[in-house]
Design a protein around this ligand. Structure first.
Ligand SMILES: NC(=O)c1ccc[n+]([C@@H]2O[C@H](COP(=O)([O-])OP(=O)(O)OC[C@H]3O[C@@H](n4cnc5c(N)ncnc54)[C@H](OP(=O)(O)O)[C@@H]3O)[C@@H](O)[C@H]2O)c1
Length: 284
């Protein structure tokens, strides 16, 4: 705390491209809200410059940084330590510069997913029934990790490339949890009896085609979730809402994943407020 009040605070997000990122808006809102002298910068770092950029954080006085596309996997081999969560997910979303200048990597996407769900859907329970996860990429790994941490007992992973779903199910296998990898053709009927379905594919994102899925088998009480936040309501979520399902979008996940970084970097615990959400929503 003492450190945070006497230094000019520096953090940022490394990506390529990076100017579309909402992270500077979000973190600089918290800087202002906490009355801090500091800034959070967008850092356009080409892939071949990532190692040098990460090593420059300490001499430049940065507390750390977030990582976005395409750096999340590559950074794992550059930082000095990767924690268990990031190893499980296979990607780093946040780097912390420790006092001795060494770099520690973690992944806060699962934290963001769960804390957003709990804030926006307080009645939600991971063990309420089967969860269907559509996709098997980095987002899916964070979601599966989070659901299992919260006590999910059955997860059906449906992916276009079955092999990727099988790898995920194999790596995450633990006693007492049913993890099924299903082929993409099964995406419609995999929804039968589900308590929740989460889209973690890129389908439905601005500039991409809509997710091709029939919701007939999905119970109307099931939560339809999409980790995409551009647009805020994907065609999948709109279809689920129109048939009466409760829905949840990925904006809260983005906002909440930023919180643990502040604890690491500055020893502070900022909150996701209605005002912050509205600020980011207006920018989308
Ligand atoms: N809200 C947040 O904070 C947050 C955090 C992370 C990610 N996201 C969002 O989540 C989405 C996925 O990100 P990611 O990092 O997981 O990406 P990723 O690792 O590249 O995975 C992409 C996933 O989409 C699937 N996919 C791509 N094109 C498809 C198609 N035409 N039909 C069916 N499936 C298709 C891929 O299937 P294959 O394996 O067959 O290629 C894979 O499962 C992005 O929209 C991203 O913005 C949001």
């Amino acid at each position: 705390m003492a450190q945070a009040s006497t230094r000019f605070l520096l953090a940022g997000v490394m990506g390529w491209p990076v100017m579309h990122s909402r992270s500077p808006m979000l973190h600089n809102y918290w800087m202002q809200q906490h009355g801090l002298a500091g800034t959070y910068l967008p850092l356009a770092i080409a892939p071949d410059g990532l190692a040098a950029a990460l090593r420059s954080l300490h001499p430049l006085g940065f507390a750390g940084c977030n990582l976005t596309i395409p750096h999340k996997q590559t950074a794992m081999a550059i930082v000095d330590e990767v924690d268990t969560v990031a190893k499980r997910i296979g990607a780093i979303s946040c780097v912390h510069v420790r006092a001795d200048g060494s770099l520690a990597g973690t992944n806060n996407d699962c934290f963001g997913f769960i804390h957003s769900l709990k804030q926006e859907q307080p009645a939600w329970r991971a063990d309420a029934g089967p969860a269907v996860v559509l996709g098997a990429g980095g987002g899916a790994r964070a979601v599966c990790y989070a659901l299992m941490q919260e006590g999910a007992k059955e997860i059906r992973i449906v992916n276009r490339s079955l092999e990727r779903a099988q790898t995920l199910a194999g790596e995450f296998a633990v006693a007492g949890v049913s993890l099924q990898a299903l082929p993409w053709e099964r995406r419609h009927d995999a929804l039968a009896g589900a308590a929740m379905v989460v889209n973690t594919t890129s389908q439905g994102m601005a500039g991409q085609g809509a997710l091709d899925i029939k919701l007939d088998a999905l119970p109307r009480t099931a939560l339809a979730a999409d980790i995409i936040y551009v647009p805020l309501e994907t065609p999948f979520l709109a279809a689920a809402r129109q048939r009466g399902n409760p829905t949840w979008n990925g904006l809260g996940m983005l906002l909440h994943q930023a919180r643990p970084a502040w604890k690491l970097w500055f020893g502070l615990e900022p909150q996701v407020t209605v005002e912050l959400r509205e600020l980011i929503e207006r920018s989308l």
